[in-house]
Design a protein around this ligand. Sequence first.
Ligand code: G6P
Length: 600
Amino acid sequence: MCGIVGYLGEKKASDVILSGLKKLEYRGYDSCGITFFDEGNHRFVTYKDKGRVNHLVEDFDYSFFNRLGIGHTRWATHGRPNQINSHPHFSETTRFSVVHNGVIENYKELTVKYLADVHFVSETDTEVIADLIERFSQEMSVEEAIRKTLSLIEGSYALLILDTENPSVMYAAKNKSPLLIGTALEGITLASDIMALVGYATQYLPIEDKVFTVVCRQPDGSVGFRMHDILGHRIEMPLQKLDLALDEIGMGGYSHYMLKEICEQPAVVRKIVARYFEGDDFVVSPKIHQVLKKAEKIYIIAAGTSMHAGFVGRYLLENIAKKPAEVFIASEFAYNPPLLCANPAFLFISQSGETADLRTCLVKIKEMGYPSVTITNVPTSTLAREADHFMEICAGPEIAVASTKAYVGQVVILAILAHCLADRKVFDLKEELSKVAVAMEALIDKREYIHALVREKITKRNCFYIGRGLDFFTCLEAALKLKEISYIQTEGFAAAELKHGTIALIEDGVPVIAIISQKNVNNLTRANIREVLSRGANKIVISLNRLSDPSDELVLMDVHEMLSPMLTVIPTQLIAFYSALDLGRDIDKPRNLAKSVTVE
Ligand code: G6P
């Protein structure tokens, strides 16, 4: 959840770290901090505070010559977001400085056993790591002390460690939480996300669990690194080329990443078509096809927005491929699994590829010997690397915390998978996807009209989305989007279900947004709209042209019924965006959230 960046090389470390933290701020933004080595005055300088990276950049002095440092942007797990709980944290004598992403589950036990006499400054679990290293380093080398600490701590961590007695070394280790090392001629960067390496590394390597990395400046001034297992044995891992460009992660003239990413969706559909079709044939790995085809049932595991894509995926797998499928909330599946069928396959859907709840499930699935496929937007991610197979969403970097184009990309990939598993051609997917992209463009061009609708209709502190069938799944996603960035309490309902209790909340002016793209339930949903209208609701009806009524507020171009979720979700993303904009919310970084949730 937190972002971490460290640098050792020839460049100004504080510049590399602060620019990396800005790119990682979407991972957590309660507070942030940095420690760097001021070479002129031969001292380590630490700045940390509650608040955003801009505060760290603008309100502190970085004029010192510095080429080594570590930084952190925090999503609080232990202790409130405040200056003291911000990272970096120090050991008791301040010799060791640590930034940490993850949760140390046994930090209390370790405190009692090894650190009973230590006075802790913060409420965090991280401080224990710094103190353990210091304690052990009194009897052994620093490297041994860190490895001993790693052998004792349980939980998830990506760690960067500085020893103030040795300003030519930076240590790193990880378990469960992501950490990558990036290399360039000028120096080495470590970060929890590939994004922070862009512009500073030409090659990179995702570090494996329980690997301990030492980055050091050699006597000739060059910087190198070595990796060890927990016992100290050397490990060699090949570096890969980093080919993500800086302009791919810029704002591209838009006011917000979210709006940029909404507008990119037609291009995402076309990019996925280009990637997964050759002529009219699917380019899906034969192994993935074999694994899913053979399975008696496909278990879809996901969280948040990706789970909503999973619901659509289940529908498509069952209706197009005739393959039984079921969707599970990852965090529930991990500790309360259902009775599995004899021959299952597992589909993990995750925009980031790092969600800890999913990873816990994946580890258990692998132990049981079942096959797994990950659908993710980040091919370097943990879930992509650890599943048997993966499919890339190809949506390009998604920076806004609220997922838009990655969601649509997931649904497109699931439609491709469903078609590829079908015994007969149900419809011309390639052709229909190109119609979807055109309809998306027409809709995005009308976005100012949606803004006007928002101003007129979304005027309360609560809101409802209603729909049936595939539209119900879109309602779930639409409601999540609106509440997460505007903080308007919103619920997505199966249209008929509202009257079984929740209709009690409908009163004058409450917005109820209906989605209608499914012919077989058009009239039924319209009856449900009348029910809320007669209780004073303020309606917005979003319908496909062929099912529309003259009184509908937003009529979309016709697309294939089974692909409609790719289109109907877009007005709901825009409704969320403009509602949040008018309320003055921090759209790209909504409160309390993080894009990549690496703790359970
Ligand atoms: C977080 C994000 C959501 C996302 C969910 C699952 O909660 O804020 O936008 O849907 O994690 O993330 P994943 O990366 O696994 O799709």
